[in-house]
Design a protein around this ligand. Sequence first.
Ligand SMILES: [Zn+2]
Length: 308
Amino acid sequence: MTVKNVLLFLVMLSCASVAHAQGKLNVVTSTQDLAAIAGEVGGDRISVESIARGYQDPHFVEAKPSFILRMQKADLLIVVGRELEIGWLPPLITQSRNSKVQPGGAGYLDASMNARILDLPTGQVTRAMGDVHPLGNPHYWLDPENGKSIAKSIAAKLSELRPNDRAVFEQRLADFTARLDAAEKRWLAQLAPYKGVKVVTYHSSYPNFAERFGLDVIGFVEPRPGIPPTPQHTLDLIGEMKRQNVKVVMVEPYFDLKTPNAIGRDTGAQVIVLPPSVGGVKEITDYFKLFDYDINLLTNALKQATGK
Ligand SMILES: [Zn+2]
């Protein structure tokens, strides 16, 4: 090899390593909501893929071997946390043997860290009766204010992993936050006429949503989070709904409609299927469309129920 060729070879090598260093960050998220928000912040600097689909119950996802392969190649894993994924994600993380994405690793982000978490346990934490919400309610992404907190945590983590792109992530975060602020005003105005309206939901997926948009969730079709309906609980709920004149039951798309429909027939309440996640139905392709879709559906139901 001539000196000139050696130099050329070295130049090529260094170009290759620069290209590698600036390649897209490989991000894996547990849910599509997190993938949508990561995409808003990371733009073309990341490639992002979710493990669970938005139409699946995020507490119970079937762990497929292909998920391990994805996790092996990940630079960053973003999880909802609060034990939402405890039933299926930990073995995938372990089996990936990817040290970056192990809990506590540089490539592991728990998106709940700076979010407002409701239903926090007081006293000793137990999974009494199989309760799947032992560390507070994990469905916190359904408040756009938490969407902003999640985006902020993701921007900070991406900047830590790719300091050269910090300005890009910060700019995209500011843009996302501004668009979300504007959309949130619109959503609040849309639901303002129904402030304080009483509703029932199947699973406790909507406490943050209800708090933000002024709904009063007076009961659940499930006796406890993760526990299927029982005849006695259903009878009690029907009685309570009649006493409080509840006219809307919100059901996540992955639950059987048999009990909600029976409750609807008995109480005259409308049963609406409200996706709690991006990807819950095919129209919901991003974080904004999630609220657009759900708030439109809910507003139509409440309009009919209240005459407002
Ligand atoms: Zn839950």
